[in-house]
Design a protein. Structure first.
Length: 665
């Protein structure tokens, strides 16, 4: 193809993106046309010349991953998926931002074929991508063999000024540079515009220098509207031994004669008059949502993608012949299936916890569980946000990973949000079950990544220790009060706060087996007494709530407790029994799981006609839904003092709990 024809070809492809994006936003009367119009040539260079993917199989294991971190530009991605041949029809494009369409306002994983992660909260897409790139590296280290390269793909990201400003992107990009994730290639859409206007008043730093300081390879001053220049930069980036930032200078709303380069085109439809002007400026003589056949032909990625996957399939067959066990393991892990021996190993360990009867902190019980589960779960990838010795998220098989050394454990540094978002990217890539720890009070820093994990229903396991005022002298800055309740409010999130070693083992087992959703595991700093149980009770733990201690006679009240407060409830039951007041003790380590049980089971555990008192060292608000007559908890901030003194100060004692029962009867 001559240079002139190549330019015409590129222009046709880019303008297809522009007009389809602006038409969809206009029809919806809502959306962001400016970024798709400005990034059109970037998309042509990457998707038209470099991206390895097969629209006929969006789940091909060795495909390149593409993340649109500036997810408000969703019409760029939907247009690309439609034009390149994914199962995304023009009718879906026309129903952009409408109820039950496959083209929601921001890209959603699991809804639209080809969308690798849910983006929209700025900065998280790039952080997810860092996790994906790390997962690609680790899968290659674990499965590639001399002469047999099974894992070899890139992670590409489009991100804008907003992503650059978000702190989570800086956490993740700093770590990506430290780890030298060379197959991560990021395109900065440097258009200088955000919703409030020109960003120079609030974003004036030398961004390329910042990324160079992170240890990235930086390609400066690329013309974001020159397909060849962008493509050459991609080719050079593939040769780097570090992650690459390609700085693409673009004009937001490129092609709009009156609004390009202004914030007016950022988050609003162009309007009929300006759309007509764009068509005239571009020389686009087609009706809305009409794409010419030669544009479809230019964009069609199916033949190339099918050939690329077929070539990989041949490589996999050769690998399978040479390494049959590893090939089977690769397939199992990419499917997210658990090893056949996991269930038996988990049951045996839970039984061991019951028999051993240890009184230890649940964070230590968690580490013991990792010690038992780790050997049968090679897909485990652990870590901590600079609190390994406190979270106890390591075990004897943990191997620290760094820039050159393979491993299965990462010290994320003080990057709680970045860690959580990276974990989501690792889970999305496939091949791993990521878990990472920090203090419960710092779940605030991680919160939106936890929410995204729940929205995507992915298997990320968030470990939160030092779960209450029980951490003691560090005081209210570190004492979680409202945190467990706020985590329970996240849809699709399972939240476990176990009371001892047995419940901890069950909580971990449930989190691992839960393929369609994330889990928060809440553990204590202080030792918690072991509670004996029958085999039937152990089975009921997995239902989230169960009768731990039955009343000696017809129960006059029910005590509901979690975590460290279960021991208080058991002691209060004993005190009341001496007075002839029989009460039942219900341990409810996972309200989120208990609430999903059938009504008959829930009412068997919590009969509606029996008065109830709940106790938890945290916010009381959510406990009233169980029909409680009283709730003991903490609706203020904590204090700095030894744990024992704090429990007495806040009235979280067996004596007060017993008195509360007396008061309601």
């Amino acid at each position: 193809m001559t240079e002139g024809l190549a330019r015409q070809h590129n222009t046709l492809m880019a303008n297809s993106i522009r007009v389809l994006s602006m038409d969809a936003v206009q029809k919806a009367n809502s959306g962001h046309p400016g970024a798709p119009m400005g990034m059109a040539e970037m998309a042509v260079a990457l998707w038209g010349r470099h991206l390895r993917h097969n629209p006929a199989n969006p789940h091909w294991a060795d495909r390149d991953r593409f993340v649109l971190s500036n997810g408000h530009a969703s019409m760029l991605l939907y247009t690309l998926l439609h034009l390149t041949g994914y199962d995304l029809s023009m009718d879906e494009i026309k129903h952009f931002r409408q109820l039950h369409s496959k083209t929601p306002g921001h890209p959603e994983y699991g809804l639209t074929p080809g969308v690798e992660t849910t983006t929209g909260p700025l900065g998280q897409g790039i952080a997810n991508a860092v996790g994906m790139a790390l997962a690609e590296r680790m899968m290659g280290e674990q499965f590639n063999r001399p002469g047999h390269t099974l894992v070899d793909h890139h992670t590409y990201v489009f991100m804008g000024d907003g992503c650059m400003m978000e702190g989570v992107s800086q956490e993740a990009c700093s770590l990506a540079g430290t780890l030298k994730l060379r197959k991560l290639i990021v395109f900065w859409d440097d258009n200088g515009i955000s919703i409030d206007g020109h960003v120079t008043g609030w974003f004036a730093e030398d961004t390329p220098k910042r990324f160079e300081a992170y240890g990235w390879n930086v390609v400066r001053s690329v013309d974001g509207h020159d397909v060849k220049e962008i493509s050459d930069a991609i080719e050079a980036a593939k040769q780097s031994d570090r992650p690459t930032l390609i700085c693409c200078k673009t004009i937001i709303g490129h092609g709009s004669p009156n609004k390009a380069g202004t914030h007016d085109v950022h988050g609003s439809p162009l309007g009929p008059d300006e759309i007509a002007a764009v068509r005239m400026t571009l020389g686009w003589g087609y009706d809305p949502f009409e794409i010419p056949a030669d544009a479809y032909q230019a964009w069609d990625a199916r033949p190339r993608g099918e050939a690329q996957e077929a070539e990989w399939n041949q490589r996999f067959k050769a690998y399978q012949a040479a390494y049959p066990a590893q090939a089977a393991e690769f397939l199992r892990r990419m499917k997210g299936e658990l090893p056949a021996q996991f269930e038996m190993s988990a049951l045996e360990f839970i039984a061991k916890c019951r028999d051993k009867g240890e009184t230890i902190a649940t964070r230590k019980a968690s580490q013991n569980t990792l010690e038992a589960f780790g050997p049968v779960l090679p897909e485990f990838f652990g870590g901590s946000a600079d609190l390994t010795g406190s979270n106890l998220t390591n075990w004897s098989g943990s191997v620290p990973l760094d820039a050159v050394k393979p491993g299965n454990y990462l010290s994320y540094g003080v990057r709680e949000f970045g860690m959580s978002a990276m974990m989501n990217g690792i889970a999305l890539h496939g091949g791993f079950i990521p878990y990472g720890g920090t203090f419960l009070t710092f779940s605030d820093y991680s919160k939106n990544a936890l929410r995204m994990a729940a929205l995507m229903k992915i298997r990320s396991i968030f470990v939160f220790t030092h779960d209450s005022i029980g951490l003691g002298e560090d005081g209210p800055t570190h004492q979680a009060v409202e945190h467990v309740s706020t985590l329970r409010l996240i849809p699709h999130m399972d939240v476990w706060r176990p009371c001892d070693t047995t419940e901890t083992a069950v909580a971990w087992s449930s989190a691992v087996r839960r393929a369609q959703g994330p889990t928060c595991l809440i553990f204590s700093r202080q030792n918690l007494p072991f509670q004996s149980r029958t085999p039937e009770q152990i089975l009921d733990i997995a239902r989230g709530g169960y009768v731990l201690r039955e009343a000696e006679g017809l129960a006059q009240a029910i005590l509901i407790a979690t975590g460290s407060e279960v021991a208080l409830a058991v002691e209060a039951q004993k005190l009341l029994a001496t007075e002839g007041i029989p009460v039942r003790v219900v341990s409810m380590p996972a309200t989120t799981t208990f609430d999903q049980q059938d009504r008959d089971y829930r009412e068997t555990v919590l009969p509606p006609h029996i008065p109830k008192v709940a106790v938890e060292a945290g916010s009381t608000a959510l406990w009233w839904k169980y029909g409680c007559k009283a709730v003991l908890g903490i609706d203020t901030f904590g204090e700095s003092a030894p744990a024992g003194a704090l429990f007495k100060h806040f009235g979280l004692t067996a004596e007060r709990l017993a008195q509360t029962v007396r008061d309601i009867l």
